[in-house]
Design a protein. Structure first.
Ligand SMILES: *Cc1c(COP(=O)(O)O)cnc(C)c1O
Length: 378
């Protein structure tokens, strides 16, 4: 592997998951009983318990967070030209869930404090073609949901809440993922609860849940299996993955507490560095610090790429922030967002990165990261 001489300094990875003994026990049960496909007891248990945790009625497990969004948008049966409003500053999964379903993504800039969609700018983007709003809780901090829920009500829009980065986060005491007509999650390895790869859609509507189950499984029909009246997908999660998820879910309080400890400890260590904007926790929010992001002041004469390079030199791994949807070459190429500018999203993309934030991060690693950050910015 590595030469001894190179192992002098510990490399601190950006994310390392923390798996427990219950996950092992449940996975072994799958292997021993032969329930390794998308049939088996852990799927239903994971769906029911995750939905209950978030305060929703139905959960439909799928193979990842990207297809969770795709399946959620499919529930709307969009006509070409129908619009869905979402933040520019997010993962491309959100925008392509709209385009794959024949819709048009319409963008809004971010709030400079929370980095989530700026809810004050949403109403002016609503047109007669708007069908839905898709808020995304960014890096563990909730979106200001009340104003958005009021708009959804006023204009009769569907709310599709992407809570992939906000497992356990709360808005005014209610769990994120409990606000949408449809809400989506990812359980990728760097998410707070992980199944390796995995995702879920939650809803309170029985008709949506039934349609999601159908879309997830190639729209096979109950009465006549190989007779199709709609095109679906194979978006199924395996029982083995659900087993891991269920094991994790049983200690979610501990996992969320660990993330909150990490976020608060980073803030305590870094708050006196003027050149860094740190994550906030608004009065109405419980931030779970999915990733601990920092935004570097331009006056340091350095962008996030250079900052990341210098941190990496000293063994601290980071990831850049999202690049806004309006700056994505492939989306511009298909004619979207021509000439549109979102200054907050643009700044975040250039000056933001996140520090090592995995659940396995230790106190001494965290302190090491802070020292290296200080050294680079000195
Ligand atoms: C991770 C993530 C996704 C995509 O999830 P995958 O499981 O990686 O496909 C979607 N939305 C947000 C906000 C995410 O952070």
């Amino acid at each position: 592997m590595t030469h001894m001489a190179e192992v002098e300094k510990e490399i601190i990875p950006v994310n390392e998951p923390l798996l427990g003994t219950q996950e092992t026990r449940y996975v072994m049960e799958c292997l021993k009983t032969g329930w390794i496909s998308s049939e088996g007891r852990f799927i239903r248990a994971f769906e029911e318990q995750w939905a209950a945790y978030c305060g929703m009625k139905y959960g439909v497990a799928v193979s990842n967070g990207t297809v969770a969004l795709q399946a959620a948008v499919a529930s709307l049966d969009l006509s070409p030209g129908d619009e869905i409003i979402l933040p520019s500053f997010t993962i491309i999964s959100c925008a392509q869930a709209v385009t794959y379903n024949g819709g048009v993504p319409v963008l809004v800039d971010s709030d400079p404090r929370t980095w989530c969609v700026d809810v004050k700018q949403v109403e002016k983007k609503i047109t007669p073609r708007t069908r839905a709003i898709m808020p995304v809780h960014i890096y563990g901090h909730p979106v200001d949901m009340d104003p958005l829920c009021a708009l959804a009500e006023k204009y009769n829009l569907v709310m599709i809440e992407d809570a992939a980065e906000a497992h356990g986060a709360e808005y005014k005491g209610r769990k994120c993922g409990g606000f949408g007509d449809l809400s989506t999650f990812s359980f990728y390895a760097n998410k707070i609860i992980t199944t390796g790869e995995g995702g879920m859609v939650l809803t309170n509507r029985a008709d949506y849940a039934e349609h999601l189950r159908s879309v997830r499984n190639l729209c096979f029909q109950r009465e006549r299996r190989f007779y199709h009246t709609e095109l679906g997908h194979n978006f199924r999660l395996t029982n083995i993955q659900a087993a891991i998820g269920l094991g994790q879910l049983e200690r979610i309080e501990e996992l969320v507490a660990r993330k909150r400890w990490m976020g608060e400890a980073y803030t305590e260590c870094l708050k006196d560095i003027d050149a860094l904007q740190l994550p906030v926790e608004e009065a109405w929010a419980t931030n779970v610090y999915w990733m601990y992001g920092v935004v570097l002041d331009e006056r340091m004469g350095m962008d996030a790429v250079e900052f990341a390079r210098r941190l990496a030199e000293r063994g601290v791994m980071t990831r850049p922030f999202f690049l806004g949807m309006h700056e994505q070459p492939i989306l511009q190429k298909i004619g979207l967002f021509q000439g549109e500018r979102y200054p907050v999203a643009e700044r975040l993309a250039r000056q933001g990165l996140y520090l090592p934030s995995g659940l396995a991060l230790t106190q001494s690693q965290l302190q090491q990261v802070c020292e290296v950050v200080r050294e680079v910015l000195a």
